[in-house]
Design a protein around this ligand. Structure first.
Ligand SMILES: Nc1ncnc2c1ncn2[C@@H]1O[C@H](COP(=O)(O)OP(=O)(O)O)[C@@H](O)[C@H]1O
Ligand SMILES: [Mg+2]
Length: 344
């Protein structure tokens, strides 16, 4: 097990720079999730850590040792991909044993490690099957088993669940979470799915266009998004962002700061029904989406679309009046030009 450091890591393909200087310290046993939209550089970063891509500039260190020039096989890293990449002509056992045989590990020890991984992953009954005889979820488990048996310093996962259907994805997410309690290896997990990121991570790294937008615990990035990008990416439906202008109070000296153009952010779940109180926001429901546990209501406020998550049955039909208020503590303020969070 080991920590991992990225220092000013950059990547260019030809003369196009796609990763623009990433700094990150991951501590031993930490589970870090890289999340961001397609094309933001998640896989490229992971592949540089694994040694599958050259590092254009900067340094990557594993366990304190710079690995820039080290071959993938010498980095003591195990990577799990989206497409499993199992050997089709080998049984589950052989798939998991393969890399250990290749390393010349003794037979008894191979059996011990594979049995242990199969037990942890609940794939003991399938150990003699061929990959084609397994479901998608079982194949993904074998792919993880292949990583576990190696007992590496670091696990890298690149969107391991994206080929699974929605239900299985949720189930495997829970299993990965459970797995973490049994195998506490330093892990970087890449996904474009913010729910996976929130549920699995000790810390989330939010990437956008080859740059880190924010690093924090799931609570940090949800409670205090550093930018409108993060505000829109973490949480579903995304945070509402409404243009507003801040008029600063007159200072003692008499000097005035110019008014500041802001975006005020409020999450759909933080807008509440104004029963008796004077509403902060009023409008008519344009779309009503009952989810059972709660209802999503869209409304139009002065030409601005807004989504609110309300308890069920308060608003039932399109066109009904909606009266909302919000705790000021749940409002977020961003600079309208830069999108950067303002300190208040
Ligand atoms: N081998 C390559 N050659 C040229 N451009 C690439 C290559 N691999 C990735 N890219 C580009 O680098 C950027 C980041 O890609 P990638 O790391 O795959 O993103 P993600 O995994 O976040 O979807 C994208 O613009 C992609 O087109
Ligand atoms: Mg990718």
């Amino acid at each position: 097990m080991a920590g991992l450091s990225l220092r000013s890591v950059k990547k260019s393909f030809g003369d196009v720079e796609v990763v623009h200087g990433v700094d990150l310290e991951i501590v031993d046993r930490e589970f870090v999730v890289f999340v961001g939209p397609s094309g933001c550089g998640k896989s490229t970063l992971l592949r540089m850590i694994a040694g599958l891509e050259d590092i254009t500039a900067g340094e990557i260190a594993i366990d304190g040792r710079v690995v820039n020039e080290l071959d993938p096989k010498d980095r003591d890293i195990a990577m799990v991909f989206q497409d499993y990449a199992l050997y089709p002509h080998m049984t589950v056992f052989e798939n998991m044993a393969f890399s250990l045989r290749y390393r010349g590990i003794e037979r008894g020890e191979i059996r011990r490690r594979v049995d242990e991984a199969a037990r942890i992953l609940d794939i003991e009954p399938y150990i003699a099957r061929m990959p084609r005889q397994l479901s998608g979820g079982q194949r993904q488990r074998v792919a993880m088993g292949r990583a576990i048996v190696r007992d590496p310093k670091v696990f890298l996962f690149d969107e391991p669940l994206s080929n699974l259907d929605a239900k299985l994805r949720v189930q495997m997410r829970t299993e990965i979470k459970r797995l973490r309690e049994r195998v506490a290896t330093t892990t970087i997990y890449v996904t474009h799915d913010q729910v996976e990121a929130m549920t699995l991570a000790d810390r989330i790294v939010i990437l956008n266009h080859g740059r880190i937008e924010q690093i924090g615990t799931p609570e940090d990035v949800y409670d205090r998004p550093a930018s409108t990008f993060v505000a829109g990416f973490i949480g579903a439906p995304p945070m509402n962002l409404l243009p507003a202008t801040a008029l600063p109070a007159e200072r003692l000296s008499g000097a005035r700061r110019p008014p500041q153009d802001l975006l005020v952010g409020v999450r759909p779940e933080h807008l509440v029904w104004a029963a008796g109180e004077t509403p902060l926001i009023e409008g008519n429901a344009s779309v009503v989406e009952p989810l059972g546990s709660d209802t999503l209501v869209s409304l139009d406020v002065a030409g601005q679309a807004l989504v609110v998550r309300l308890p069920p049955r308060i608003v039932r039909r399109r066109g009904e009046a909606v009266r909302l208020t919000a705790d000021p503590a749940n409002l977020h303020f961003f600079d309208r030009t830069t999108g950067i969070r303002q300190t208040q």
